[in-house]
Design a protein around this ligand. Sequence first.
Ligand code: ME8
Length: 649
Amino acid sequence: MSKYITTPIYYVNGEAHIGHAYTTFIADTKTRYEQLKGEDTYFLTGTDEHGQKIEESAQKSGKPTAQFADEISATFKNLWDEFGICYDKFIRTTDEDHKIGVQKAFETMYAKGDIYKDFYEGHYCVSCETFFPETQLIDGEFCPDCGRSTSIVKEESYFFRLSKYEDKLLAHYANNPDFILPRSRANEVINFVKGGLRDLSVTRTSFTWGVKMPASLQDDKHVMYVWLDALLNYITALGYGKDDANMNYWPASVQFVGKDILRFHAIYWPAFLMSLDLPLPQHIGAHGWWTRDGEKMSKSKGNVIAPKEVADAYGAENLRYFMLREVPFGQDGDFSQRAFIDRINSELSNDLGNLLNRIIGMSGKYSDFEIDSVDVAKYHTKELDAMHETLDSLDAYMENLQTHRYLEELWRLFAIGNKAIEEHAPWVKMKEGKKDEALATVALVANILAKASIMLHPVMPKITNTIADALGFEINNESYKELVLGKKLLKIFNIKVVPPLFPRIEEPLMAEAPAAHPNEPEVAKKEVKESPKAVSNASEDNLIEIGQFFETSLKIGTIVEAEEVPKSKKLLKLQVDVGGESPRQVVAGIREFYAPQDLVGTQVCVVANLKPAKLMGMLSEGMLLASKDEEGLCLIRPEKPKKAGTPIG
Ligand code: ME8
């Protein structure tokens, strides 16, 4: 089966930042993974260029809108080219073919009776290109999504009968529990639909920078609503409405989006497709936000980090690795230079880079750069079994888009290799005259490196090709089938010397630290140390006003995930539902007192408005209330179960 993979098409109101790079990296990785498995892939990305927001940005820049869109679109395309993104098509919504496809889709929906003309009056947010009902506005005026002021717009409009698709959508979510990934995001969508869907206004008369109505409707006053125009890109790119040249790739295998636009992709888009009698995508993969100082990084907020700047300083593939490894798919992550450097030094340089250097060095010394796998099975069945077990586990993680778990597991292979070298000390065996044994260990590790670099290839394509070159083989579907699926060993390695691939980094390499918390280790330490003191100091001579108490937002939280933090005796990493869009990550020093599996499903009291802090490189967005004495620590819990997010106080 073919695999069609897409990113959102990015607005051309500003240049790409690392949030856009993240989505594009994941989609690129997934595409390359499918290619490794021998699938026929089609990978689409591009730019979203119509609408009032773009028109206004162009006006501010003093350029004609089309020229402005051309220029910014080119910066996205150039960036992806520079990063070696393997897209098959870069679509622009200003492409003539796209416009033809959108008009065709509009006509089809209209002919079916799914689009009708009426009047719309409502609160409109220009920045989000969305109407909001009054009940959703903040203080009756401000946009609930971006906080900007909305304005009242009354206009004639064509409407899409979204309400007609309510039940069909709900049935689809129920019958396809993996339609939205991660599954934890599905509820917010289902609840939104259950809350009732209003018909959607799909044209505008208030501006002209958009796709025109189909000629058959003879209604030039209107242009298409930008989201109708934009969502249809996923099929117009395949030739929908024109020659259907690549429509055999539809339905998409995975459509990656950020959680900000999940609603559009999991509600509107499927409804449009149902109206067009087209099948729905297999998965909508919704990831979290990269934040800075706890706030979503966004072009309109101007708090962005340029991917090119980071890649120039640290290497584009290191950035890919970091972003995919650092954050569980679906959750938010804070971009920190420190955490990035730590992962480069410990995981890339130590675990992987040093292992390769040792194999190159030992093969040169002991066997003139030729490694023969003949004796591996004789001395290393234990390691071979562990290696293949790990390799077998990887596919499921990638299927579920859990890139951080995929990489975490993959790194077990290097641990097996490093441990084998320590345990079997080939240099000692050589001195003892047991050359066969020494060379068997070197060959074992060379095989581990070969198999691991195949599986790392989708994440770090160029660097793994260099590793493969150093080991004397090629990464492709053949080697994947033989060495990974077939569990074979590479008989002979002809080793080439390569310079160290991951030089250690001592100091941040970007002048202006783009980390959200430039001095986060201090912040973390301070918070950990000071919080208990602050509590015990609240004696009678240090009374506080009630208002001071209420500055702390305390909430009931439900622990939905708990895991140990490697290399830490004290910390557990928890995902706690405090009633928000997605669970919060809380890193808590309770490992000595609680086993992770005992915590899942239990409720706790959470300090919900603490500034996010980093503990051992992990973002912690809250604190659990606990009490500790000489008998140990106990968590403070509600007496009866309460809904997650219920305020305490
Ligand atoms: O929404 N963290 O375009 P857009 C992670 N044109 N990802 C982020 C991010 C962040 N801080 N900021 C942006 C649009 N992204 C529409 C899409 S699709 C038919 C139309 C990523 O330029 C993420 O994938 O605002 C998000 O969904 C997308 O960029 C939004 O890009």
